[in-house]
Design a protein around this ligand. Structure first.
Ligand code: 2AM
Ligand code: CA
Length: 283
Protein backbone atom coordinates (compact mmCIF):
# COMPACT_ATOMS: atom_id res chain seq x y z
CA UNK A 1 0.00 0.00 0.00
CA UNK A 2 1.39 3.47 -0.90
CA UNK A 3 1.89 6.01 1.89
CA UNK A 4 -1.03 8.15 0.74
CA UNK A 5 -3.46 5.25 0.37
CA UNK A 6 -2.43 3.96 3.83
CA UNK A 7 -3.08 7.47 5.16
CA UNK A 8 -6.56 7.48 3.59
CA UNK A 9 -7.31 4.07 5.07
CA UNK A 10 -6.24 5.22 8.54
CA UNK A 11 -8.33 8.37 8.19
CA UNK A 12 -11.39 6.25 7.38
CA UNK A 13 -10.76 4.09 10.47
CA UNK A 14 -10.39 7.28 12.53
CA UNK A 15 -13.54 8.98 11.21
CA UNK A 16 -15.78 5.97 11.76
CA UNK A 17 -14.36 5.19 15.22
CA UNK A 18 -14.69 8.81 16.35
CA UNK A 19 -18.35 8.92 15.42
CA UNK A 20 -19.07 5.58 17.08
CA UNK A 21 -17.30 6.54 20.32
CA UNK A 22 -19.25 9.81 20.41
CA UNK A 23 -22.52 7.85 20.03
CA UNK A 24 -21.53 5.56 22.93
CA UNK A 25 -21.16 8.56 25.28
CA UNK A 26 -24.89 8.88 26.08
CA UNK A 27 -25.22 5.09 26.44
CA UNK A 28 -22.58 5.04 29.18
CA UNK A 29 -23.79 8.31 30.70
CA UNK A 30 -27.21 6.75 31.27
CA UNK A 31 -25.53 4.42 33.80
CA UNK A 32 -23.47 7.21 35.37
CA UNK A 33 -26.53 9.40 35.90
CA UNK A 34 -28.53 6.75 37.75
CA UNK A 35 -28.82 7.27 41.50
CA UNK A 36 -27.09 3.92 42.01
CA UNK A 37 -25.22 1.86 39.46
CA UNK A 38 -25.27 -1.90 39.96
CA UNK A 39 -21.91 -3.56 39.54
CA UNK A 40 -20.24 -6.92 39.84
CA UNK A 41 -16.79 -7.81 41.05
CA UNK A 42 -14.49 -9.50 38.55
CA UNK A 43 -11.50 -11.70 39.51
CA UNK A 44 -10.19 -9.32 42.18
CA UNK A 45 -12.13 -7.65 45.01
CA UNK A 46 -11.18 -4.21 43.62
CA UNK A 47 -11.97 -4.91 39.95
CA UNK A 48 -15.53 -3.96 38.96
CA UNK A 49 -17.77 -4.24 35.92
CA UNK A 50 -21.23 -2.82 35.15
CA UNK A 51 -23.74 -3.68 32.44
CA UNK A 52 -22.63 -0.43 30.76
CA UNK A 53 -19.07 -1.68 30.25
CA UNK A 54 -20.47 -4.64 28.32
CA UNK A 55 -23.10 -2.58 26.49
CA UNK A 56 -20.57 -0.01 25.23
CA UNK A 57 -18.01 -2.65 24.24
CA UNK A 58 -20.66 -4.63 22.31
CA UNK A 59 -21.80 -1.47 20.48
CA UNK A 60 -18.24 -0.51 19.56
CA UNK A 61 -17.30 -3.98 18.35
CA UNK A 62 -20.53 -4.39 16.34
CA UNK A 63 -20.16 -0.97 14.69
CA UNK A 64 -16.48 -1.37 13.86
CA UNK A 65 -16.93 -4.95 12.63
CA UNK A 66 -19.72 -3.84 10.31
CA UNK A 67 -17.65 -0.99 8.86
CA UNK A 68 -14.34 -2.90 8.77
CA UNK A 69 -14.87 -6.69 8.64
CA UNK A 70 -11.13 -7.20 8.11
CA UNK A 71 -10.22 -5.86 11.56
CA UNK A 72 -9.50 -7.73 14.81
CA UNK A 73 -10.45 -6.85 18.39
CA UNK A 74 -8.95 -6.80 21.85
CA UNK A 75 -11.64 -5.66 24.29
CA UNK A 76 -11.45 -5.57 28.08
CA UNK A 77 -14.80 -7.26 28.71
CA UNK A 78 -14.52 -9.72 25.84
CA UNK A 79 -11.12 -10.81 27.17
CA UNK A 80 -12.54 -11.14 30.70
CA UNK A 81 -15.60 -13.12 29.55
CA UNK A 82 -13.60 -15.54 27.44
CA UNK A 83 -10.75 -15.67 29.97
CA UNK A 84 -8.43 -15.38 26.99
CA UNK A 85 -5.00 -13.79 26.70
CA UNK A 86 -5.09 -10.84 24.29
CA UNK A 87 -3.26 -11.49 21.04
CA UNK A 88 -1.84 -8.79 18.80
CA UNK A 89 -1.03 -9.73 15.20
CA UNK A 90 -0.03 -7.53 12.25
CA UNK A 91 -3.71 -7.21 11.26
CA UNK A 92 -5.50 -3.93 12.03
CA UNK A 93 -6.61 -4.46 15.64
CA UNK A 94 -8.96 -2.31 17.70
CA UNK A 95 -8.01 -2.19 21.38
CA UNK A 96 -11.03 -1.18 23.42
CA UNK A 97 -11.74 -0.14 26.99
CA UNK A 98 -15.47 0.61 27.06
CA UNK A 99 -15.18 2.31 30.45
CA UNK A 100 -11.75 3.11 31.82
CA UNK A 101 -12.10 4.21 35.43
CA UNK A 102 -15.03 1.95 36.31
CA UNK A 103 -14.71 2.73 40.03
CA UNK A 104 -15.07 6.44 39.21
CA UNK A 105 -18.07 5.61 37.02
CA UNK A 106 -19.79 3.69 39.84
CA UNK A 107 -18.99 6.33 42.48
CA UNK A 108 -19.83 9.36 40.33
CA UNK A 109 -16.39 10.84 39.95
CA UNK A 110 -16.25 12.35 36.46
CA UNK A 111 -12.87 10.84 35.53
CA UNK A 112 -13.95 7.92 33.39
CA UNK A 113 -13.79 7.53 29.65
CA UNK A 114 -14.30 5.38 26.61
CA UNK A 115 -10.92 4.51 25.10
CA UNK A 116 -10.25 3.08 21.64
CA UNK A 117 -6.88 2.53 19.95
CA UNK A 118 -6.06 0.96 16.61
CA UNK A 119 -2.79 -0.85 15.94
CA UNK A 120 -1.65 -1.85 12.46
CA UNK A 121 1.42 -4.09 12.20
CA UNK A 122 1.60 -3.69 16.00
CA UNK A 123 1.98 0.08 15.72
CA UNK A 124 -0.59 2.45 17.21
CA UNK A 125 -2.11 4.58 14.45
CA UNK A 126 -5.44 5.83 15.88
CA UNK A 127 -6.26 6.95 19.43
CA UNK A 128 -9.64 8.13 20.70
CA UNK A 129 -10.52 8.87 24.33
CA UNK A 130 -13.89 10.40 25.20
CA UNK A 131 -14.75 11.73 28.68
CA UNK A 132 -18.55 12.11 28.45
CA UNK A 133 -19.20 13.95 31.74
CA UNK A 134 -17.17 16.96 30.59
CA UNK A 135 -17.76 16.30 26.88
CA UNK A 136 -14.03 16.07 26.12
CA UNK A 137 -13.13 14.15 22.98
CA UNK A 138 -9.38 13.54 22.69
CA UNK A 139 -8.26 12.13 19.37
CA UNK A 140 -5.25 11.51 17.17
CA UNK A 141 -4.19 9.61 14.12
CA UNK A 142 -0.65 8.93 13.17
CA UNK A 143 1.27 11.94 11.90
CA UNK A 144 -1.69 14.34 12.17
CA UNK A 145 -1.36 15.80 15.69
CA UNK A 146 -3.59 15.42 18.74
CA UNK A 147 -6.89 17.19 19.30
CA UNK A 148 -9.32 18.02 22.09
CA UNK A 149 -12.79 18.66 20.65
CA UNK A 150 -11.14 19.49 17.33
CA UNK A 151 -8.58 21.95 18.75
CA UNK A 152 -4.90 21.04 18.56
CA UNK A 153 -3.32 20.16 21.94
CA UNK A 154 0.28 19.76 23.02
CA UNK A 155 2.22 18.53 26.01
CA UNK A 156 3.90 20.92 28.45
CA UNK A 157 7.52 22.01 28.07
CA UNK A 158 8.51 20.63 31.49
CA UNK A 159 12.04 19.19 31.47
CA UNK A 160 12.70 18.58 35.19
CA UNK A 161 10.91 16.30 37.61
CA UNK A 162 11.17 18.95 40.36
CA UNK A 163 8.89 21.21 38.27
CA UNK A 164 6.55 18.41 37.18
CA UNK A 165 3.04 17.43 38.22
CA UNK A 166 3.14 13.67 38.13
CA UNK A 167 0.18 11.32 37.58
CA UNK A 168 0.15 8.01 39.49
CA UNK A 169 -2.42 5.27 39.90
CA UNK A 170 -2.44 4.84 43.66
CA UNK A 171 -5.07 2.13 43.59
CA UNK A 172 -2.81 -0.24 41.65
CA UNK A 173 -0.85 -0.66 44.90
CA UNK A 174 -3.59 -3.19 45.71
CA UNK A 175 -2.44 -5.41 42.87
CA UNK A 176 -0.18 -7.99 44.60
CA UNK A 177 2.41 -8.54 41.82
CA UNK A 178 3.34 -4.86 41.75
CA UNK A 179 2.55 -3.80 45.32
CA UNK A 180 6.12 -3.14 46.54
CA UNK A 181 7.38 -1.76 43.25
CA UNK A 182 4.47 0.69 42.99
CA UNK A 183 4.88 1.97 46.55
CA UNK A 184 8.62 2.55 46.12
CA UNK A 185 8.25 4.25 42.74
CA UNK A 186 5.30 6.45 43.74
CA UNK A 187 7.08 7.55 46.95
CA UNK A 188 10.30 8.27 45.07
CA UNK A 189 8.69 10.20 42.20
CA UNK A 190 6.27 12.08 44.45
CA UNK A 191 9.09 13.09 46.82
CA UNK A 192 10.91 14.68 43.91
CA UNK A 193 8.12 16.36 41.90
CA UNK A 194 6.08 19.52 42.45
CA UNK A 195 2.72 17.70 42.71
CA UNK A 196 1.10 14.30 42.34
CA UNK A 197 -2.45 13.46 41.18
CA UNK A 198 -4.21 10.12 41.00
CA UNK A 199 -7.07 10.32 38.51
CA UNK A 200 -8.38 6.73 38.79
CA UNK A 201 -8.27 6.24 35.03
CA UNK A 202 -5.04 5.59 33.16
CA UNK A 203 -6.54 6.77 29.85
CA UNK A 204 -7.75 10.05 31.38
CA UNK A 205 -4.29 10.57 32.93
CA UNK A 206 -2.62 10.04 29.55
CA UNK A 207 -4.90 12.65 27.96
CA UNK A 208 -4.06 15.07 30.78
CA UNK A 209 -0.39 14.62 29.90
CA UNK A 210 -1.25 15.20 26.23
CA UNK A 211 -2.94 18.52 27.00
CA UNK A 212 -0.26 19.67 29.48
CA UNK A 213 -2.29 19.46 32.72
CA UNK A 214 -0.04 16.67 33.96
CA UNK A 215 3.62 16.66 32.91
CA UNK A 216 4.16 12.93 33.33
CA UNK A 217 2.62 9.61 34.33
CA UNK A 218 4.03 6.25 35.34
CA UNK A 219 2.46 2.86 35.87
CA UNK A 220 3.47 -0.76 35.36
CA UNK A 221 1.26 -3.78 34.67
CA UNK A 222 -1.48 -1.95 32.86
CA UNK A 223 -3.57 -3.71 30.25
CA UNK A 224 -3.38 -2.93 26.51
CA UNK A 225 -6.83 -1.30 26.61
CA UNK A 226 -5.82 1.09 29.42
CA UNK A 227 -3.13 2.62 27.26
CA UNK A 228 -3.72 2.10 23.52
CA UNK A 229 -5.86 5.19 22.85
CA UNK A 230 -4.01 7.59 25.15
CA UNK A 231 -0.47 6.58 24.16
CA UNK A 232 -0.92 7.70 20.55
CA UNK A 233 -2.63 10.91 21.69
CA UNK A 234 0.43 11.79 23.83
CA UNK A 235 2.87 11.01 21.02
CA UNK A 236 0.87 13.12 18.58
CA UNK A 237 0.78 15.91 21.17
CA UNK A 238 4.60 15.92 21.14
CA UNK A 239 5.25 13.78 24.23
CA UNK A 240 6.77 10.36 24.83
CA UNK A 241 5.45 7.03 26.03
CA UNK A 242 8.23 4.58 26.82
CA UNK A 243 8.97 1.44 28.79
CA UNK A 244 9.43 2.38 32.44
CA UNK A 245 13.09 1.29 32.17
CA UNK A 246 13.57 3.14 28.83
CA UNK A 247 13.05 2.09 25.20
CA UNK A 248 9.88 0.97 23.44
CA UNK A 249 6.99 -0.24 25.60
CA UNK A 250 4.95 -3.33 24.80
CA UNK A 251 1.29 -2.73 23.86
CA UNK A 252 0.35 -6.14 25.23
CA UNK A 253 2.12 -5.62 28.55
CA UNK A 254 2.33 -1.92 29.14
CA UNK A 255 4.90 -1.11 31.82
CA UNK A 256 5.32 2.51 30.94
CA UNK A 257 6.05 6.10 31.62
CA UNK A 258 4.62 9.06 29.76
CA UNK A 259 6.44 12.37 29.75
CA UNK A 260 6.20 15.76 28.08
CA UNK A 261 9.90 15.86 27.12
CA UNK A 262 12.86 13.44 26.75
CA UNK A 263 14.68 15.25 29.60
CA UNK A 264 11.75 14.65 31.94
CA UNK A 265 11.52 11.00 30.84
CA UNK A 266 15.20 10.58 31.74
CA UNK A 267 14.67 12.11 35.20
CA UNK A 268 11.78 9.69 35.76
CA UNK A 269 13.70 6.61 34.63
CA UNK A 270 16.65 7.55 36.87
CA UNK A 271 14.31 7.85 39.88
CA UNK A 272 12.49 4.63 38.99
CA UNK A 273 15.85 2.81 38.90
CA UNK A 274 16.76 4.30 42.28
CA UNK A 275 13.38 3.27 43.71
CA UNK A 276 13.68 -0.29 42.42
CA UNK A 277 17.01 -0.67 44.26
CA UNK A 278 15.51 0.25 47.64
CA UNK A 279 15.34 -2.80 49.89
CA UNK A 280 14.35 -1.43 53.30
CA UNK A 281 10.74 -0.61 52.44
CA UNK A 282 8.16 -2.59 54.38
CA UNK A 283 4.38 -2.03 54.25
P1 2AM B 1 -10.44 0.02 34.67
O1 2AM B 1 -11.20 1.11 35.28
O2 2AM B 1 -10.77 -0.21 33.24
O3 2AM B 1 -10.49 -1.24 35.48
C1 2AM B 1 -7.17 2.99 37.97
O4 2AM B 1 -7.23 2.04 38.87
C2 2AM B 1 -6.72 2.60 36.58
O5 2AM B 1 -6.03 1.34 36.54
C3 2AM B 1 -7.87 2.41 35.62
O6 2AM B 1 -7.39 2.80 34.36
C4 2AM B 1 -8.20 0.94 35.72
O7 2AM B 1 -8.87 0.42 34.62
C5 2AM B 1 -6.80 0.38 35.80
N1 2AM B 1 -6.74 -0.87 36.54
C6 2AM B 1 -7.42 -1.19 37.64
N2 2AM B 1 -7.04 -2.41 38.09
C7 2AM B 1 -6.09 -2.84 37.26
C8 2AM B 1 -5.28 -4.02 37.21
N3 2AM B 1 -5.38 -5.00 38.09
N4 2AM B 1 -4.38 -4.12 36.22
C9 2AM B 1 -4.26 -3.14 35.32
N5 2AM B 1 -5.01 -2.00 35.29
C10 2AM B 1 -5.90 -1.86 36.27
CA1 CA C 1 -12.43 -0.88 31.87
Amino acid sequence: MSDSSEEQTIQKYYDVALELVMKCGPVASEGYEQAKTDYQTKDAFYDFVTVYDKKVEDLLIAGLKKAFPETQFIGEEDTATNKSEPELTDAPTWIIDPIDGTTNFIRRFPNWCISVGLAIRKELVVGIVYIPVVNEMYSAWKGQGAYLNGQRISVSKCTKIKNAVFGAELSLIQYPPIHDKQIKRICKLTSNCSGCRSMGSAAVSLCYVARGSLDCFAVDDLHPWDIAGGALIIREAGGLVQHSKGGEFSILKPDCIAAATPELAKDMIDLINEADELTDFTF
